[in-house]
Design a protein around this ligand. Structure first.
Ligand code: AMP
Ligand code: MG
Length: 397
């Protein structure tokens, strides 16, 4: 049996990011740059006014000395006429300065007369001028390969004249749910059968992690049906099979993996819930077998599959999204497995996330999920935790 860290090393270590394609900025949002993306233009692209006012030669400005009004420049226009000595050209914010001008007299410091404008005071060189390239130079790298294209990065790229960036492809993920006892969402109850929830959760969590999800439906516990569904699912980049990875007589998933040439990398991790989790590969396809229990499948998805999806999309240091927090109530001892406790999570007065484990605990307590925001993680071998102890949290809300 593997520790969580060993399992993560085995899963993530060999993953190479998927191939890349150029995408318009809107489609690239939230994805990972596959190549450095550099500014196409200087920012600002030309010397421009930061104020509504008058372009002037600073040496000509003195308190109370009138300047002759020359032709104006609106935003988006370019003047090729040199600003004559002793003249002032009306400019609006963002307009290119006319040649010869080296400062802007802002409107608030100017009184306009008949064909003239008079500054209240002398204007120094460079006043209210944004010089070409002072912010960004064409060729400056604004997003590096491996950087996530966050909204601020996209805004900077757009300003710098970039319309498309190379990003890693989204992983195609296929979900298969196995179990003859399972009823689809919202179906009328039937004796001996339960409503399934893993297809929904795996699909939603995978989409949230950037995957393109397809659903292979619910497969009964039947050798042939499982084999056919697994075979078809192996066309995806990631195949996730829920249920049937234990060793019962109705567990056909592992034999189906074997028959399809999926090589086992690991089976069983010291994690609670989720111990029977299985991982293997066939060529470039990653294959995960999740325990059918809903809590187990959510925990294992977040700990193992989500980081794998982010790594496939090019994230360099993909790891489970655990965040620091603390307990508000004691938690019992853990056995040899890292234990995930369903918990309400809210920010305390000092800003630290506080986790209150739900009264009902245990992988069969799926209803406890309904009153939780995620999990508090009790390390394996913990003799018990006290209220106030620091813990890692896995947030789901
Ligand atoms: P298994 O991993 O197939 O042995 O399933 C373990 C437990 O989880 C059994 O009680 C199953 O009925 C239940 N289970 C399996 N798949 C699902 C599912 N998709 N949704 C809800 N419960 C499930
Ligand atoms: Mg089953």
């Amino acid at each position: 049996m593997h520790s969580i860290d060993e399992a993560l090393g085995l899963i993530l270590g060999p993953i190479e990011p998927l191939d890349a394609a150029r995408e318009p900025l809107a489609a690239a949002a939230g994805r990972v740059a596959a190549e450095d993306a550099a500014a196409a233009v200087d920012l600002p692209p030309f010397d421009r006014s930061a104020m509504d006012g008058y372009a002037v030669r600073s040496a000509d400005t003195a308190p109370g000395v009138a300047l002759r009004l020359a032709g104006g420049v609106a935003a988006g226009e370019v003047s090729t006429d040199e600003l004559a000595p002793g003249a002032a050209a009306p400019v609006s914010t963002g307009a290119a300065l006319p040649p010869g001008a080296d400062a802007v007299l802002q409107s608030e410091l100017a009184s306009a007369g008949d064909g003239t404008v008079t500054p209240e005071r002398a204007i120094e060189t460079g006043r209210h001028v944004r010089y070409r390239g002072e912010d960004v130079r064409a060729g400056d790298v604004l997003a590096r390969a491996g950087d996530r294209l966050t909204l601020p990065r996209l805004s900077a790229l757009a300003s710098a004249g970039v319309g498309e960036v190379a990003v890693h492809r989204r992983p195609r993920l296929q979900v298969l749910v196995t179990g003859s006892e399972l009823l689809p969402l919202g179906a009328p109850p039937e004796p001996g059968r339960i409503h399934e929830s893993n297809g929904l959760m795996v699909g939603l969590l995978a989409e949230r992690a950037g995957a393109d999800v397809t659903h292979g439906g619910v497969v009964p516990d039947d050798r042939e049906a499982t084999l056919a569904a697994v075979q078809a699912g192996l066309r995806a980049d990631v195949l996730v099979v829920s249920g049937g990875v234990s060793v019962g007589p109705h567990d056909h998933v592992k034999p189906a993996f074997e028959a399809c040439g999926v090589e086992e990398v690991l089976w069983r991790v010291r994690i609670k819930p989720g111990k029977p989790v299985w991982f293997g590969t066939r060529e470039d396809t990653l294959v995960f077998g999740l325990p059918g229990n809903p809590l187990s499948s959510i925990v294992c998805f977040c700990m193992f599959i989500e980081p794998a999806l982010r790594r496939l999309q090019g994230e360099r240091d993909a790891a489970p999204r655990l965040v620091p927090g603390r307990l508000t109530a004691p938690a019992g001892p853990s056995d040899g497995r890292t234990t995930f406790l369903t918990a309400r999570i809210a920010r305390g007065e000092d800003g630290v996330l506080e986790a209150t484990p739900t009264e009902r605990q245990g992988s069969h307590m799926t209803g406890a999920l309904g009153e939780s925001d995620g999990f508090a993680v009790a390390p394996h071998g913990s003799p018990g935790l006290a209220a106030g102890d620091p813990v890692d949290l896995l947030l789901l809300s």
